[in-house]
Design a protein. Sequence first.
Length: 255
Amino acid sequence: MCGLWGAYTLNNLTVAEVKNVHTLGIVSQLRGTDSTGAFTVKKKKNQKLHIQSRKMLGDSSRFLSDPGTRYLLHEDDTFIISGHSRYATSGAITECNAHPIQIGHIVACHNGTIDSLKVRDEDAATNTDSREFIKRIAHQGLAKAIIDARDGAYAIVWFDASRRELNFLRNYKRPLYYLWDRTRTCLYWASEKEMLEFLKKRESVGSFLEPVCFMPDRVYTFAAGTLDFTSKASPITLNDDTDERQRLNEQNSMF
């Protein structure tokens, strides 16, 4: 049970928007305190994109109060912040196993446990099921990654540098919600609806729309520089047990 949190906007996250991300990061430590990390994407003057990440052992309070983290999150021209609060279920508690995980052109944060990708004990200090999942997305494509995940659980946020796209995907075993500000110019996300509702109440209800659940088995994609997302069916859906899917969807805010 890990926590995903973050924000996306068109050009540059404001100080107030970064503060909102900070709030989501703090409350997300309720879902995991083993390690915390985040990646950012910023636009350079030549329109090239620059990805940076930072992670450390411990909870998000420690991570977000670190001077290096504060500098990273407040850099000019940053338009994506994607954070992760880890509760270790596979692999050792090491900085290497903290998220985000970058493999080539893919940088990602994953929540869930994928037993079919479980690593050997001798590799546990430097590898996890999450890394294996992300590695497959980067090297073999999303369809192959989902096939290899079999009946595992996943909610994942990833940025594809080669396509300049921010992506969201979950299956019915893990939750993920999003929230627009009232002008629909900044998107926030978190693993639990209640976390986004807390942000609404803390910062003024009228400043935001209502939290919405990402539908399972659909890939939501934002092309960098746009505020409209595409939503398409996952290339592979492995479990079509409708009753089981409904039962777990009703319970998934607990995972």
